[in-house]
Design a binder for this molecule. Structure first.
Ligand SMILES: C[S@@+](CC[C@H](N)C(=O)[O-])C[C@H]1O[C@@H](n2cnc3c(N)ncnc32)[C@H](O)[C@@H]1O
Length: 229
């Protein structure tokens, strides 16, 4: 089975438990999402168009709708079961569209004021894929558009990478057993995830032409960064 199909299957299987699992595995997930949503530079009553890439169970879109009721949101994910849970979570809100597709085949259908993503773009399999996708995102943004991403990254040295992994394990061990961390979650991370250095993300964004690039939040290997068109 190819890597994308494996990733899709994993999220199809995990969809129902996802909201519980993510809090156990990702340090300060709620704080990270708060930083992501706080980065949106628009007024609360304003109308703007958002795409949530790898929306999962719709948590980020839900936070956006609660704060910005007039936002029109497109939720995109490769996993149908994740989209179904998003639809249930977001059923009280209007102006939400759903697309089942993967980042490689998706061509932006319209221009967006906000391109947002959380814990998903590290599934793009190479540095080249990530840079090309950042360019595609840039081209899809309106003139006032912004792109913000919350994600896992690599350190810039082996020494710091060890610290990142130790701090991540320390967090997971508060919630799950050592056996589960070592035999389930870390092997899955090494098999399915392809993070890269934060400094690469920043460099590519600069090269593409993004402005006001910034790192808004960081806890070791988890971070929120982005910029303006
Ligand atoms: C770790 S979850 C994060 C979900 C949500 N954004 C959150 O932070 O709670 C990653 C999501 O990205 C989706 N995903 C992974 N690879 C993808 C791809 N190539 N195209 C589209 N979605 C993808 C998965 O199906 C999954 O729902």
């Amino acid at each position: 089975m190819d890597k994308i199909s494996r990733i899709k299957d994993h999220f199809e299987d995990e969809a129902k438990e996802f909201d519980e699992i993510i809090l156990k595995l990702i340090p300060y997930y709620a704080q990270m999402i708060e930083a992501l949503v706080l980065s949106i530079p628009f007024g609360e009553k304003e109308k703007f168009r958002v795409i949530d890439l790898g929306c999962g169970t719709g948590t980020i879109s839900c936070s956006i709708k609660k704060k910005y009721p007039n936002a029109e949101i497109t939720c995109l994910d490769i996993a149908e079961n994740m989209i179904s849970i998003s639809q249930a979570k977001l059923k009280e809100f209007e102006n939400i569209n759903y697309i089942i597709n993967d980042f490689y085949n998706f061509n932006f259908d319209k221009h967006y004021d906000i391109v947002i993503s959380s814990l998903a773009l590290h599934h793009l399999m190479s540095d080249e894929d990530k840079k090309l996708f950042y360019k595609k995102i840039y081209n899809s943004l309106t003139d006032r558009g912004v792109f913000y991403n919350a994600d896992v990254v690599l350190a810039s040295s082996e020494y710091i990478q060890k610290i990142y992994m130790n701090k991540w394990k320390e967090y997971m061990l508060k919630n799950v057993s050592n056996e589960e961390v070592e035999n389930k979650w870390l092997p899955r991370y090494y098999e399915e995830d392809t993070p890269t250095k934060l400094i690469n993300h920043i460099k590519w964004m600069e090269e593409i032409g993004y402005k006001n690039i910034d790192v808004i939040w960081k806890y070791y290997n988890f971070t929120v960064y982005g910029g303006y068109k």
